[in-house]
Design a protein. Structure first.
Length: 251
């Protein structure tokens, strides 16, 4: 079991850990810390949702019902209407029912947003960890040949459409059991790591930060591309250059 699999499973059922997950958590300090943070987030979420109903809420509702009744009587003076007490009770139940539905929807939105943010953050950490594992690629200065770049891209089913300038590193590696193209593009503001993953779709595009790095995930017509660079660097020009220079073949 790898760290990403552990984190996806605990997001679905954080309170009950199967033996395999418990064993991984004991062996991996990063996942121990992640699990602890997840428990703290859940506790805060439940605390935020446990909003007490104001003590005078029922009185205010009944008062409003009384105002509504008075207004109806003034409009229909010739034929006064008597509003039975049970109508007030019905109005109160309808209000409380609507309040409960709204609270449930809000809770679902908050939980889903927390889940989405957590998943994006763990992907960000995975990409940064992969880049740091290949840290030697960040210190290379000399551009490599166009042939070497093309060979690396072709190995994962990507066709170069135009020359990628200032590529100082190109190699094939594995992310989540899928081969990817790992490039490093040199810029005036620092190196940008580009992970082209035509065999892996990671869902919605996003931009996140981890440590001193920023990560932007962009979707191709098949698969995804992750761009990793220093926080102070503008990734947009590199993103445009790469997306205009490659095409994913039919996989």
């Amino acid at each position: 079991m790898n760290c990403l699999e552990f984190r996806r499973v605990v997001l679905e059922e954080p309170q009950q850990l199967p033996p395999a997950l418990s064993e991984h958590k004991q062996q991996c300090k990063d996942c121990q810390r992640y699990y602890t943070q997840l428990q703290e987030q859940e506790a805060l979420l439940m605390e935020a949702l446990a909003v007490p109903v104001p003590e005078d809420l029922a009185a205010k509702i009944m008062l409003q019902c009384s105002f509504d009744q008075t207004a109806d009587q003034e409009v229909s003076e010739a034929e006064p209407k008597i509003v039975p007490l049970k109508s007030k009770s019905k109005t109160f139940r309808q209000f409380i029912g609507g309040f409960a539905v709204a609270a449930s929807v809000m809770m679902g939105v908050v939980f889903w947003q927390a889940h989405l943010n957590s998943e994006q953050q763990q992907l960000t950490e995975m990409f940064v960890q992969h880049m740091e594992h290949e840290a030697h690629s960040l210190v290379l200065e000399e551009p490599i040949s166009v042939g070497r770049v093309g060979f690396t891209l072709n190995n994962v089913g990507i066709k170069p459409m135009a020359e990628l300038a200032n590529v100082t590193y190109a190699a094939n590696c594995v992310i989540e059991d899928k081969m990817v193209a790992h490039l490093v593009v040199k810029t005036d503001q620092g190196p940008v790591t580009v992970l082209l993953m035509p065999h892996k779709q990671f869902g919605d595009e996003f931009a996140e930060e981890a440590k001193q790095w920023q990560v932007a995930l962009t979707n191709m017509k098949q698969g995804s591309v992750a761009f990793i660079g220093p926080k102070s660097l503008n990734l947009e020009p590199i993103q445009q250059q790469v997306m205009q220079s490659v095409d994913v073949l039919q996989i």
